[in-house]
Each structure stands twice: as C-alpha cells, then as structure tokens.
Design a protein around this ligand. Structure first.
Ligand SMILES: C[S@@+](CC[C@H](N)C(=O)[O-])C[C@H]1O[C@@H](n2cnc3c(N)ncnc32)[C@H](O)[C@@H]1O
Ligand code: SF4
Length: 387
C-alpha cells in the first residue's frame, strides 16, 4: 500500500485528555467531569495515562511528533509535576521534533503565576486560555467560574511569564448577546496581543443544561452580523482567518489543529480520547473508555480501548472533505492522495461538479470552498457523503 508507506513517514500529533473541571459549564458536552480542587485521582490518572501511552506508542514508532495538545476538561487543574511527568514520558516513548508545539488548555479561574511559570519550565510552549467572553453577565450565564478581570489577568500573566504562543478561546452568539457586546469581546482579545484567537459560535449540544433549558440566543441575522463584523475586526487587527473558527497572526497557525484539518494522523491518550493512525492495513480509528474512573481501571486491565475499526473506503473521501474544506486554503491533490490512499480520479468528477455549481474553486494548485460554498459549508460537505 504505497500511500500508507508515505503517510507513515509523515509527522503525527499526540492528544492527551485530562478530564476534570471545577464546574460543568451549562453549554459543555466535552468529556469533562466536575470535581473539587485536589479531590480527583491526579497521580493515579497520570500514572495510568503514561501506561496507556507506553502501550500505544508502537503505533507511531519511527514517526516524528510535531505537536502535543493537552486538553480537557481543565488540564491546568493538574500540577506542573504531573504535566512534566507526562511530557517526559512523551520524550522517552516517542520521537518529539525539537520544535514540537506543546499546548496546554487552561481556564482563567485556575490561573496562578507560579504554577504557570512551572508549566513553561515543564516544556509547555503554547497556552490556550478559555476566556469565552470578557463580559461578566455573559460569563455568569455560561456558568463560567471566572470573571472578566480574571480572564484579562490570565492573558497578561501568560505574557509576563514569557509564553510567546498564546491562544484565546472566545464564543459568540451567547444568550441575549448584542452585536456591540460581541465586538467588544473581540476588541479586548485583540488588545491583549495574543497571536491566535479561536472564535466559536455557541451551539446547544445534547446532554447539556442549555439543551434542557434553552436560553434565548441571538437570531440568525444578529449572528451573521456578529460573524461578518467580527471577521473584519479580527483581520483589521492582523488576524488572518485560516479555518472556520481559527484566526492567527503571521506564522502562528496552530500546528496541532491544522493536522486534524489536513486529515493527518494523531494518537489520543486519556479518558475518551480518539486516535486516527494510518497503518499498512488501512486507517485505524479507536476510542478509549470515557469515564475517568473506569478508564483508570481499564488501563490496569488493558481493556481501555472501547472501540476500534478501520475506516471503510467509501468513508475516506467524506472524512477528508469534512476536515480539509474547513481550511480557507483548502487542499492539494497531493494531500488528498497521501492521506486517503485514494486516486484523485476517484473524487475528481465530484469535485468538478461542485466547482461548476460555484461551491468550490481551484486557485493555482489548491482546491477549496468558494466564498459561497464557505457560507454553506455543511451543505457542501454533505455532498461528499457516500451513497
Ligand atoms: C475543550 S473546551 C475547553 C477549554 C477549557 N476547559 C475552558 O473551557 O476554558 C475548548 C473550547 O471549545 C469551545 N466550546 C465548548 N463548548 C462549546 C459549545 N457548545 N459551542 C461553542 N463552542 C464551545 C469553548 O470556547 C472552549 O474553550
Ligand atoms: S471548563 Fe471547559 S471543559 Fe470544563 S465544563 Fe467548562 S467548557 Fe467544558
């Protein structure tokens, strides 16, 4: 399988899931579990997560690791010692590139100077701060544990400590949010001179408080205004949109998330983590046990892989498009053939049909959603579903 050989020489990413938070936010459907500080089994979890990594590492042996993303949950609840242990296991068990991007997701309600200085010393070189908004009314409605001052303080502190690579997560379309309030949030984030902004529209997900008790959200027109004006404000401030929700200053695109969007390979360890790895037999996907306590026990019993399958051939094009069409620059034929193992001829007609309909375009060697297709991205992606 020629493309598997090529893919197996490509760099991979590692995702590490740390699943606890001090409070479950009203909108959140991530695999995160409320706990009191210091009342979760940090040491045991860290130990079993490292055992999980040691068992899984052969799947990516011989491949360079270009990024590690420690996400959650609220990874900043963990001590710098645990984070250091996890990173040192990554160094020993896998082949980290010298410039490996290493991100830690943090919550402003857990931001302390000393602790974050130690995260930097432990090897974290990119910090992602979940501000969500800088408006106290909206933060309270979302069920966040921090206020606007703490969010600003977290960003200022991250700079002072010496983090050069800082992302802020913002959401828009919040309950009763006006266009002006949303734009003020963007202005505040830009003023902090972070080099990356993730700007998500709030969605009401099943199994959340907001789904059971839906708040009044801005209507479609207001959200449209927020998004178009917000995009303009971000670009005026020097942030280029490169994915549906991702904006970056020059050379600050997130390596880790870009690898997902390019349909690259990644190994996920920790409760509920997903992996996608190209093997000689095909593209393997698996997921680990979700509940943290069950996960710890399952790693001990070596039964923590909940499900595992090879991606069916007729799914490959859809999975590829689902990810790559999110990128403003789209993809090249080479990326398609290398990551899917398919011949371009297997999708060429379908792509040409979308170009004729004005939903996609080809600029030099890049195929991508046209401005119209980007506006109706879900519909465009559905067109690549297998029959
Ligand atoms: C894994 S979450 C968590 C990071 C960290 N725990 C925090 O909340 O600050 C990553 C980001 O996804 C976004 N997010 C989570 N749930 C969302 C939802 N229902 N709609 C839109 N964005 C959401 C938030 O911006 C959040 O910061
Ligand atoms: S802090 Fe983040 S992961 Fe935790 S519940 Fe809130 S949004 Fe979800």
């Amino acid at each position: 399988m020629k493309s598997a050989d090529t893919m197996q020489q490509q760099p991979v990413s590692i995702y590490i899931h740390l699943p606890w938070c001090l409070h479950k936010c009203a909108y959140c459907d991530f695999n995160s579990h409320a706990t009191k500080a210091n009342q979760f089994p940090e040491q045991l979890y860290t130990q079993q997560l490292i055992a999980d990594l040691a068992q899984a590492a052969p799947l990516i042996s011989g491949r360079d690791v270009q990024s590690i993303f420690i996400g959650g949950g609220t990874p900043s609840l963990f001590s710098p010692e645990s984070i250091e242990k996890i990173l040192s296991a990554c160094t020993t068990l896998t082949r980290l590139l010298p410039k490996c991007e290493i991100t830690l997701e943090t919550n402003p309600g857990t931001f302390e100077y000393q602790k974050f200085a130690e995260f930097l010393s432990a090897g974290i070189n990119r910090i992602s701060v979940g501000a969500q908004s800088f408006n106290n009314i909206h933060l309270t409605a979302l069920g966040r544990i921090h206020d606007a001052n703490e969010a600003i303080n977290a960003l200022e502190t991250a700079h002072k400590i010496g983090f050069k690579n800082i992302n802020v997560d913002l959401m828009f379309g919040l309950p009763n949010q006006s266009i002006e309030e949303a734009l003020t949030d963007i202005e505040t984030a830009c003023h902090q001179q972070v080099n990356h902004i993730s700007y998500y529209q709030l969605t009401l997900e099943p199994n959340t408080v907001f789904h059971r008790f839906p708040p009044k959200l801005p209507d479609e027109d207001i959200n449209w205004e927020i998004q178009t004006n917000g995009l303009q404000a971000l670009e005026n401030a020097g942030y280029q949109r490169y994915e549906v929700s991702a904006y970056a200053q020059a050379n600050s695109q997130c390596v880790h998330n870009t690898n997902y969007w390019r349909y690259g390979d990644y190994l996920g360890v920790g409760a509920g983590a997903h992996s996608k790895i190209t093997t000689r037999k095909g593209i393997l996907r698996n997921q680990r046990t979700r509940q943290p306590d069950s996960y710890i026990q399952a790693v001990i019993n070596q039964s923590h892989i909940l499900q595992e399958h090879f991606v069916a051939n007729d799914q490959l094009t859809f999975e590829f498009m689902l990810n790559n069409l999110r990128l403003v620059d789209g993809f090249t034929i080479d990326t398609f053939t290398r990551t899917t193992g398919l011949h371009w001829s297997q999708v060429e007609q379908q792509v040409n049909d979308q170009i004729s309909e004005g939903l996609m375009e080809k600029i030099n060697h890049q195929y991508r959603a046209s401005p119209h297709g980007y506006q109706y991205l879900d519909e465009l992606i559905q067109r690549f579903l297998p029959n």
